[in-house]
Design a protein around this ligand. Structure first.
Ligand SMILES: [Zn+2]
Length: 272
């Protein structure tokens, strides 16, 4: 991953992926999980509706490893849509695919999304005054959830040119075959460049979600140099990541979270 800006670390037995440019945003912490959490089995961080003690305990171990000790993952019921809500409105029964923390939201909440092929995107204002987590598979990407998240932050006074975006491990074009219906929808969404056309011999077309999201972020005004993508394909890297395409419905879930780092204050607030 030399030059990508991403690194894999192990902290207290929990393996995490971090984006260095995002990690340099003052006062914030973030991480993308893997399936390795120092336990005998998989480090499955669960679906929104999973509220068991084991999942809760893993999520807090993950947040601690990420540097957000004492924080709470603000999760939503992900539906491959384009709705972005505030962290203070998040909940396991709330349907949305993006969670934004903006001033006024409780400082202990860490916007979080769960994935097993789709792209987790973490976005921060460069001074750490606002941030968001977004879940984008092909439906959310073509529907424009990431530009929606950028607009949400902009409407609260955090313009795109001040944002840093990190796209985490996801299914990459090496493995993401799509049918003609998705190819057609991508073209209609102005994202034809992100589809590698079907080759001669009938091979299926492949969709580059990272590439499509990068194009959307740039079009929304995020500086190209502030957009980062982890060169980690979850389907290729069996043993390190969950993949819905590889494992089917039984696949566990990774989580991506961003929030205030421990021992730092939220703007104007006090953390315990
Ligand atoms: Zn792959």
């Amino acid at each position: 991953m030399t030059g990508s800006g991403f690194e894999i670390e192990e902290i207290s037995g929990v393996e995490i992926v971090r984006c260095r440019p995002l990690a340099s945003v003052p006062g914030l912490a973030h991480a993308f999980s893997t399936r390795r959490g120092g336990e005998a089995g998989d480090f499955d961080l669960g679906r929104a509706e999973d509220r068991g003690e084991e999942i809760r305990s893993r999520r807090s171990r993950f947040l601690r490893a990420a540097g957000m000790e004492g924080g709470t993952a603000a999760v939503v019921r992900q539906v491959h849509g384009c709705r972005v809500i505030r962290a203070g409105e998040a909940g396991a029964d709330v349907e949305a695919d993006g969670v934004a923390w903006m001033p006024g939201d409780p400082p202990g909440l860490a916007p979080s999304v769960r994935t097993a092929d789709c792209v987790p995107i973490l976005i921060a204002e460069r001074d750490g005054r606002a941030f968001a987590a977004v879940h984008a598979g092909w439906r959310g990407t073509l529907g424009g959830i990431v530009p929606r998240a950028v607009e949400t932050l902009a409407s609260a006074g955090f313009p795109p040119e001040r944002l840093v975006a990190a796209m985490g491990p996801a299914i990459l074009p090496c493995c993401y075959e799509v049918g003609p219906e998705v190819t057609a929808l991508a073209a209609r969404a102005g994202l034809a460049a992100a589809v590698a056309p079907a080759a001669r011999g009938g091979l299926p077309a492949r969709l580059d979600l990272h590439g499509a999201l990068r194009a959307q972020l740039e079009a929304a005004g995020v500086p190209p140099g502030s957009i980062h993508a982890a060169p980690l394909c979850v389907r290729c890297l069996d043993g390190r990541f969950f993949s819905h395409r590889r494992e089917g419905g039984a696949a566990g879930r990774m989580m991506a979270s961003i929030g205030f780092a421990r021992r730092t204050g939220a703007p104007g607030g006090v953390r315990t």
